[in-house]
Design a protein around this ligand. Structure first.
Ligand SMILES: Cc1cc2nc3c(=O)[nH]c(=O)nc-3n(C[C@H](O)[C@H](O)[C@H](O)COP(=O)(O)OP(=O)(O)OC[C@H]3O[C@@H](n4cnc5c(N)ncnc54)[C@H](O)[C@@H]3O)c2cc1C
Length: 255
C-alpha cells in the first residue's frame, strides 16, 4: 500500500511591488450595493496576510483581461484603485474584495460588470494596523470601510467592547459583523443626506469615550476629518489611539 505524503506548505514570499495577475473566480452580491469578488493568483500563494485592514492597489485592464505584454500592468498607473484584501489564503492563493457599487468610476463600473475569468492586477498587500486586545474599540466608517471594519472586529477578543457606527445608503445595506467581543452596532442610513453627512454627525451621538479607547475611522475624506478632529480635540484622545484614513473624496477620482 502506498501512502501519499501530505501536501507541502507553500514557500513563504514577500508581497513585493510588482503587480500580480489575478483571475476572478466568483462574484456574489452581499447586499444590493456591495459585491464580493473572489480572486486567485499563483503569485498570492505563499503570501501571508499583513493586517486585518490590509490594502492593495488593484490594476484594471482596458478589456476583460491583460494582453501578453508583461509590462502592461505596471504601466497602467491611472487604472489603479485602493481596496481592502480580505480572506487572503497563502495556501490556495485566493482572496476576496468587497466592492461598493457606487455607480461611477473605473473600479465601481468594473465591479458592476465583472464576470468569472476577468483579470485584475494586485499590488500588495500592505498594512500595519494591529488590533489591541487590551483596548476597547470605537469604529466609525461608511460602506467603503465596512470590509476592513469587519476584519478588525473578527480579531477583537472576547471580553472587549466595541462601539461601531456605519453610514450606509439604506437599511438593505446592513450586514452581519461577527466578533467575539461585545459589539454595539449602529447603522446610519443616508436617506436624503449627502455622502459623509451622517458619518460626520456621529460625533453628536458618541456619548462617553473612555481615555483608553482605540478608534478606527474610515470613509469619505471630509467626514473622516470631522470625526478625527472631534476625537483628538473635543474627546482628547492621543493621536496614537486614532487611526483615521480617508478612503475616498467626494467629487474626486483616486487617479
Ligand atoms: C485603504 C483603502 C481601502 C479601501 N477599501 C475599499 C473596499 O474594500 N471596498 C470599497 O468599495 N472601497 C474601498 N476603498 C475606497 C475606494 O478606493 C474608492 O471608493 C475609489 O475611489 C473607487 O474607485 P472608482 O474608480 O470606482 O472611483 P474614482 O475614479 O476614484 O472616483 C470617481 C467618482 O466616484 C466618486 N466615488 C468614489 N468612491 C465612491 C463611493 N464609495 N461612494 C460614492 N462615490 C464614490 C468619487 O468622488 C468621484 O467623483 C478603499 C480606499 C482605501 C484608501
Amino acid at each position: 500500500m502506498s501512502i501519499t505524503p501530505p501536501p507541502r506548505p507553500p514557500q513563504r514570499r514577500p508581497a513585493g511591488n510588482a503587480p500580480k495577475r489575478a483571475v476572478v473566480q466568483e462574484v456574489a452580491d452581499l447586499t444590493p450595493r456591495m459585491r464580493r469578488v473572489t480572486l486567485r493568483s499563483d503569485e498570492l500563494v505563499g503570501v501571508d496576510p499583513v493586517s486585518p485592514d490590509q490594502r492593495v492597489k488593484l490594476v484594471f485592464p482596458e478589456g476583460r483581461v491583460f494582453g501578453d505584454d508583461p509590462t502592461e500592468m505596471g504601466r497602467a498607473r491611472r487604472r489603479r484603485r485602493t481596496y481592502t484584501l480580505l480572506d487572503l489564503d497563502a495556501v490556495t492563493g485566493t482572496a476576496a474584495v468587497d466592492f461598493v457599487l457606487h455607480g461611477t468610476g473605473l473600479a465601481g463600473e468594473w465591479a458592476a460588470g465583472v464576470r468569472p475569468g476577468d483579470e485584475v492586477g494586485i499590488v500588495g498587500p500592505v498594512g500595519r494596523y494591529e488590533v489591541d486586545p487590551d483596548a476597547d474599540l470605537l469604529v466609525v466608517t461608511d460602506e467603503t470601510g465596512l470590509p476592513a471594519a469587519r476584519a478588525v472586529l473578527a480579531e477583537l477578543p472576547a471580553g472587549r467592547w466595541a462601539r461601531v457606527h456605519v453610514e450606509v445608503a439604506d437599511d438593505a445595506e446592513r450586514q452581519e459583523l461577527a466578533s467575539a467581543a461585545d459589539v454595539e452596532l449602529t447603522w446610519w442610513p443616508r436617506g436624503d443626506a449627502g455622502p459623509g453627512e451622517p458619518m460626520a454627525r456621529v460625533v453628536d451621538h458618541l456619548g462617553d469615550v473612555g481615555p483608553d479607547t482605540k478608534a478606527w475611522v474610515a470613509g469619505e475624506a471630509a467626514a473622516v476629518l470631522a470625526v478625527r478632529a472631534h476625537l483628538l480635540g473635543t474627546v482628547g484622545l492621543p493621536r496614537a489611539q486614532v487611526d483615521a484614513v480617508a478612503y475616498w473624496t467626494l467629487g474626486r477620482t483616486e487617479a
